[in-house]
Design a binder for this molecule. Structure first.
Ligand code: SF4
Length: 244
């Protein structure tokens, strides 16, 4: 066989393997914690009503790298802990019991790591970033945790409390730099909100997902990567340039 053909075939096999691991293009079946942590609620509102644009190859590679990382980086304690609960009734619920009637009462999620330090329960999450832009320009590392990621850990606290009666005290986010092959991780630790505060915030977001008309647009740099950009059609001139 031709050497070029062999190379091409091996490259294609690798790409297919990445694609197989990261399946996209379907409507969401349950509300995942990450659905309600972004600034724009219209985006997850569409997730339950529209078929998203297919993932780009760049996104597939990003998701794939993240999946491989998560599967291979347990931080001790309990790892990849699935959690799902009905927030309205404050009862645990299996994913299979979430249906059209209770869809917008329930949240699902998977906590990366649940750790214990001197009797305090800590929920940890791994996030990747890059100090190099796609054009090879240098970017500064994060100096504080992203608000959406902090919200995500608060939701995991609520789910853990409902599912197991355990009240986590801290959240910690470990940022891993793809540009340096994850050298020198940066970690931010913070106190989590009270169960009542988190529940009230989550119920407000679920209410917006349930409404019959689409929520207002919140136009940010993330619109550039929104899988519903076409149907939402935000004015292009209002979308900020991606600078960080
Ligand atoms: S394009 Fe922007 S405003 Fe529209 S749904 Fe997506 S994130 Fe929201």
């Amino acid at each position: 066989m031709d050497k070029d053909k062999i190379s091409k075939e091996v490259e294609e096999r690798f790409k297919k393997l990445q694609e197989k691991k990261v399946k996209g293009g379907k409507r969401s079946k349950t509300v995942h914690a990450s659905h309600i942590t972004g600034e724009c609620v219209r985006r997850p509102w569409y997730d339950f009503r529209e078929t998203p644009e297919p993932l780009t190859y760049d996104s597939i590679c990003n998701f794939w790298a993240g999946t491989i990382l998560h599967e291979n980086a347990p931080l001790g304690g309990r790892n990849e802990v699935p959690l799902s609960a009905n927030i309205k009734t404050m009862q645990p619920i299996g994913k299979k019991d979430i249906n059209d009637y209770n869809l917008f009462d329930c949240i699902t999620g998977t906590a990366d790591d649940i750790l214990e330090f001197e009797g305090d329960i800590v929920i940890a999450d791994k996030k990747t970033f890059s100090t190099l832009s796609q054009r090879g320009m240098k970017k500064p590392p994060p100096t504080e945790p992203d608000k959406g990621y902090v919200a995500q850990l608060n939701i995991y606290k609520l789910l853990l409390y409902i599912c197991e009666g355990v009240e986590a005290k801290y959240g910690t986010i470990i940022y891993l730099n793809k540009a340096t092959s994850f050298k020198d991780p940066i970690c931010f630790t913070f106190e989590l909100q009270s169960v009542d505060e988190i529940r009230s915030w989550v119920l407000t977001k679920l209410g917006k997902l349930r409404q019959l008309v689409e929520p207002e647009r919140v136009i940010t740099k993330y619109c550039n990567y929104c899988p519903h950009k076409k149907v939402c059609a935000p004015p292009q001139a209002l979308i900020p340039k991606w600078s960080s």
